[in-house]
Design a protein around this ligand. Structure first.
Ligand code: C2E
Ligand code: MG
Ligand code: MG
Length: 764
């Protein structure tokens, strides 16, 4: 039997070894299964929150943990951001837990910590304590210094987290960290692109900077964000989020440059600053700060730099728009309001208030031509400048003084009581001007002939008042230099020609005197025709062709424009439907001009759509043009919204000639801008047309940033077409390709087109 003893003990030993091997294999199998499960999760295309949720669930299963959570240290608190095992309303998510010794050690060493049995109470906080925790493990999410996020496992099972467990948890935590960072990077890139788009929509600086501060706060997850600039030796706080009133009250601060700005952020342990660089140097500083020692994520500075670039581009666009607005409303020589600013001011006064209290004085200098001829244009310009100064001194603070053109100035008088008051003010202006001025060293005698009118209820429009004041001025001039003449109410009404023309216009359509001409809108590169613009013509039996600029205002005064406009639309739609039947006419658009009077009609949108559909067209075949000068009431937004929703494309005509405070672009779903021909004719003018070139460039940049299509009007030469093409303008119209033509001739311009250039499309 002695021989059996060794045999028994050997067997026993073998059995033990076998059991150990089986255990080890089972452990290895279990570990491998757990690892596969976890890696599988990391590979799925889930968002960060979903990934964390799934991961904590699997960890809880695989490591028999009652509670698994992810938590971040904020100051002296540990805030739980996700968990498996904690109720949703646990204060750990909001108030957090106090930071215990285990957390401190884990962060300091960047190594996992595991405790078994006597886990100190400070390390098992809040609702977890009631679970009878016997083991716990704290795993840093990344081994980088300052890492502040931990994976924490608590279990009531009386089994320690063994070294292999901790090794596996460390590896899983590192991979989870990488996966989250990757998702974060993607999310930030998407967010940046979206924010860039949001910034580009602002064309005014203050709201732009305000939005930038808000976006910066979110983008950097900062507690405070602010934007500062330096102007005239003063550092200014231009926009901010989260700054305390005390800090705000400290601004402005003396500073020569952005580098020179003092540390206003005292008390904030973490501040990132990035300059917004533009062609003319750095112009603003973006700052983001955190209140507690919670460092910004890696890469935040790069993100801020990209954001600053977006802001730089948006600021440049805003500046360009401002310059454009100035140019559109100011007379470049005198700095006074120009003709279009005058008309829109007058329009606003007449539409908003009592027209019988609005007066107009039309002033024309006497003998100005002689000054020009004798002393040259420079002297002429200097004289105009001095006259402008004189007039500035003569007008009342609420009046608007404008240069109408050449040597003509117009004063719009608000709140005058009667025509005699208009005459009195006219006489005063006349007397103030009647003097000798020294121009280029020469003594010059100046005076002005002045005509005045007062608005008439129900009749007054800017064009009618200006015409009557102009007529009165001629009567004054006929009486000699330095005279004032006013039109009384009846006389301004008895303006025979106009009355006759108005009456005849009412019958013009039924007499077959109206017809449409069509001018092609074409792609500037291929010359393919994309659409036609319908332009109304009136052939009068005695006066011949009456230009639309003359008869459309008359039709607007009588209201006949509503019926005429409806007829124009129906004609144009019928013509387009005919062209659509030709193979070369497929996909062609039709642009139709709208009068603001039409926009203010009840059910205007339904009636417009009815006409389009009755012709068998889709609303998207039609482009409707609204001029930038038109005075729009609020209902128009609804009208335009309904048409836009149905697919009709809205065009802002004559863009750049009036400054409507961007309200058109904001209020109406405009998709297309027509660059006015006054700019187009200047792009190749003498001296390289630098001013108009930069204006056109600015309009194109604005169109681009708002996702609008631009069309250049009035292209008359090949040079203009080339210049516009090189600026990136893709569509145009003008005498170069074709004048407006009768339908039959216009149809001959159509030729088979292999492919249409991109049509206007709606943007978000
Ligand atoms: P618009 O809508 O800006 O039309 C463009 C004007 O520029 C047209 O003048 C056209 O003949 C002219 N034009 C086109 N190409 C060139 C070019 O290369 N050089 C020059 N110098 N001019 C060019 P038109 O036909 O005299 O019309 C004047 C305005 O009358 C139009 O300006 C539009 O505001 C208005 N209008 C015309 N038809 C209608 C209509 O049916 N309804 C309404 N409400 N307004 C209309
Ligand atoms: Mg037009
Ligand atoms: Mg136009």
């Amino acid at each position: 039997m002695t021989a059996d003893v060794p045999a028994d003990s050997e067997t026993e030993q073998l059995r033990r070894q076998l059991a150990e091997a089986v255990d080890a294999a089972r452990d290895a199998y279990r570990d491998t299964t757990r690892l596969i499960q976890l890696l599988d999760l990391l590979g799925r295309p889930a968002g960060s929150a979903e990934l964390i949720g799934d991961m904590l669930n699997v960890l809880s299963d695989a490591f028999f943990a009652d509670v698994v959570c992810m938590a971040r240290v904020c100051g002296d608190r540990l805030i739980v951001s996700g968990s498996c095992g904690l109720p949703e309303d646990d204060p750990a998510y909001t108030e957090g837990w106090p930071v215990g010794e285990a957390v401190r050690r884990t962060l300091a060493t960047a190594e996992p910590t595991a405790l078994h049995r006597d886990v100190p109470a400070e390390d098992v906080p809040g609702s977890v304590a009631g679970l009878g925790i016997r083991s716990a493990a704290w795993i840093p999410l990344s081994a980088e210094p300052y890492a502040d996020t931990l994976l924490i496992l608590f279990r009531s099972l009386d089994q320690p987290f063994a070294v292999p467990d901790l090794r596996m948890l460390t590896s899983v935590a590192a991979r989870l960290h990488m996966a989250l960072e990757e998702r974060e990077r993607h999310a930030i890139i998407e967010q940046l692109a979206h924010y860039g788009h949001l910034l580009a929509r602002h064309l005014e600086v203050e709201p732009l900077l305000d939005e930038a501060a808000g976006l910066l706060l979110r983008l950097t997850r900062a507690d405070r964000a602010w934007v500062v600039t330096v102007e005239g030796g003063q550092g200014r706080l231009r926009a901010h989020r989260g700054l305390t009133p005390g800090i705000i009250a400290d601004w402005p601060v003396p500073a020569k440059s952005l580098d020179d700005l003092p540390a206003c952020e005292a008390g904030l342990p973490e501040v990132l600053k990035v300059a917004v660089s533009r062609e003319n140097g750095a112009t603003a500083l973006l700052c983001a700060g955190r209140e507690q020692a919670r460092p910004f994520a890696q890469g935040t500075l790069e993100i801020m730099t990209i954001f600053a670039n977006y802001l730089g581009v948006a600021l440049t666009n805003a500046d360009l728009y401002h310059a454009l607005a100035e140019r559109a409303t100011r007379d470049p020589l005198t700095g006074l309001a120009n003709r279009s600013a005058l008309v829109s001011h007058l329009d606003t006064l007449l539409s908003a208030g009592d027209p019988t209290r609005v007066g107009v004085l039309f002033c024309d200098l006497d003998g100005f031509k002689a000054v020009n001829d004798l002393f040259g244009h420079e002297a002429g310009d200097e004289l105009l400048l001095q006259v402008a100064d004189r007039l500035r001194g003569s007008v009342r603070p609420d009046d608007l003084l404008a240069r109408f053109g050449g040597d003509e100035f117009v004063i719009v008088l608000d709140r005058v009581k009667q025509l005699s008051e208009v005459a009195e003010i006219g006489a005063r202006v006349c007397a103030d001007l009647d003097d000798r001025l020294v121009v280029c060293g020469e003594q010059v005698q100046v005076s002005a002939s002045i005509g005045g009118v007062l608005g008439v209820r129900g009749q007054a429009t800017p064009s009618a008042m200006l015409r009557d004041a102009d007529a009165a001025m001629y009567v004054a001039k006929a009486r000699g230099a330095g005279q004032v003449e006013v039109f009384d109410e009846d006389a301004s009404h008895r303006s025979r020609d106009r009355l006759d023309l108005r009456a005849e216009l009412l019958l013009a359509r039924s007499r077959g005197q109206l017809h449409l001409a069509y001018q092609p809108i074409f792609a500037l590169d291929s010359r393919a025709i994309v659409a036609f613009e319908a332009l109304l013509r009136w052939t009068h039996p005695h006066h011949g062709i009456v230009p639309p600029d003359v008869f459309i205002p008359l039709a607007e005064e009588t209201g006949a424009i509503v019926e005429i406009g409806q007829w124009v639309l129906a004609q144009a739609c019928r013509q387009l439907a005919l062209w659509h039947r030709l193979p070369e006419g497929r996909g062609l658009g039709m642009s139709v001009n709208l009068s603001p009077v039409q926009l203010h009609q009840p059910q205007a949108a339904e009636r417009t759509l009815d006409v389009i559909r009755a012709a068998g067209l889709h609303p998207a075949d039609i482009w409707l043009e609204i001029t930038e000068h038109s005075y729009l009431r609020h209902e128009v937004t609804e009208y335009a919204g309904a048409l836009g929703a149905a697919g009709v494309h809205l065009v802002l005509d004559d863009f750049g000639t009036a400054y409507s405070n961007l309200s058109y672009l904001k209020r109406l779903p405009i998709e297309i801008l027509k660059i006015d021909k006054s700019f187009v004719s200047g792009v190749t003018g003498p001296g390289g047309g630098q001013i108009d070139l930069s204006i056109v460039r600015a309009i194109l940049a604005i169109a681009d940033s708002l996702g609008l299509v631009a069309i250049a009007e009035g292209i008359e030469t090949e040079d203009q077409r080339t210049a516009l093409r090189s600026l990136g303008c893709r569509l145009g119209q003008g005498y170069l390709l074709s004048r407006p033509l009768p339908a039959a001739q216009a149809g001959l311009l159509l030729r088979p087109r292999p492919q249409l250039p991109a049509r206007a499309h709606r943007v978000g």
